[in-house]
Design a protein around this ligand. Structure first.
Ligand SMILES: [Zn+2]
Length: 238
C-alpha cells in the first residue's frame, strides 16, 4: 500500500457500499503470476469473482507487507471488562488451502454437493466470492431475525426434489441439526484463514477467544495508535 491508498480507505461512500476492500485489492494488484482456479489469464484480477478466502488472505498479506507482520489491537475482557492489548503475527495465522476436490468443483461452476443427514436429501451449494461478500450484508440488515435461513437460502443452489420456488420454505423447515451440518459443510470445503485468536486478560487471567478485529484501523494503524493513546491518557490520572 502506498500513501494514495489512504483515499480508498477514507472514502465513506465506498465503505458503505462494501466496495472499499475491492478497491484496495485492485489498487495494490500489480501482476498475476498464476491465476489458480480463476479465468483471468494475464488480465487484471476481477476481485468480485475471487473466493472470500483468497481475498482475505490477500488483504492480510497486503497489511503484513505494508506495516510488517505484527498487528496490535485491543479488546475488552468479557469477564472483567479490562482492556486487553494484544499482538498477533499475521503471517502465522492458520491457513486452510482449497483442496483439489474443491478446486475442481469451483472451476466446474462453483457447485458443491452434500447430503443432509436428517432430511436425507442431496443439496448443492456454492462458495462465497467477493460479489457475495458485497451483497450479503445488505440482505442481512434487511432480515436480522432470520439470518440463518437467509444465509442458507443464499448459498444453497438446489435441493433434490424441491422446486426452486419452495427452496426458502424447505430451508425454514430444516432441523437445526441439518442446518448446522450444512454450515459445517460450507466451511469444510472452503479455503480460508482462521482468525480466532486466544487472548489472556492481564487483570483476571481469563483466557478467551476473540475474532481478529478487521476494520479501517487494520489498514491505517496510525489512526488506531492515536485513538489508543487518547484512550490511555483519558483513563490515567494526570
Ligand atoms: Zn479480565
Amino acid at each position: 500500500m502506498r500513501v494514495r491508498e489512504e483515499r480508498v480507505l477514507a472514502d465513506r461512500r465506498l465503505a458503505k457500499s462494501g466496495g472499499q476492500l475491492e478497491e484496495l485489492l485492485a489498487a495494490c494488484w500489480e501482476t498475476t503470476v498464476d491465476p489458480g482456479p480463476y479465468a483471468f489469464g494475464d488480465k487484471p484480477i476481477d476481485w468480485a469473482a475471487v473466493l472470500q478466502g483468497d481475498r482475505f488472505f490477500t488483504l492480510l498479506n497486503i497489511r503484513a507487507l505494508t506495516y510488517g507482520p505484527d498487528y496490535g489491537f485491543s479488546v475488552s475482557c468479557r469477564n472483567c471488562r479490562a482492556r486487553i492489548e494484544w499482538e498477533v503475527d499475521l503471517t502465522k495465522l492458520p491457513v486452510r488451502p482449497l483442496s483439489s476436490e474443491s478446486r475442481a468443483a469451483f472451476m466446474a461452476g462453483n457447485r458443491f454437493e452434500t447430503t443432509l443427514p436428517d432430511a436425507g436429501r442431496r443439496v448443492w451449494f456454492k462458495l462465497l466470492t467477493g460479489d457475495d461478500e458485497r451483497k450479503l450484508p445488505a440482505l442481512q440488515r434487511a432480515a436480522p431475525d432470520r439470518l440463518l435461513s437467509l444465509v442458507l437460502a443464499y448459498r444453497v443452489l438446489e435441493i433434490d426434489g424441491v422446486d426452486p420456488k419452495d427452496k426458502r420454505a424447505f430451508l425454514e423447515d430444516l432441523t437445526l441439526r441439518d442446518a448446522d451440518f450444512l454450515v459445517d459443510e460450507f466451511d469444510r470445503v472452503d479455503c480460508g484463514v482462521d482468525t480466532t485468536i486466544e487472548v489472556e486478560c492481564p487483570e483476571c487471567r481469563e483466557v478467551q477467544d476473540v475474532d481478529l478485529p478487521f476494520d479501517s484501523a487494520f489498514f491505517l494503524p496510525g489512526r488506531e495508535r492515536t485513538a489508543r493513546r487518547k484512550a490511555r491518557s483519558a483513563s490515567s490520572p494526570t
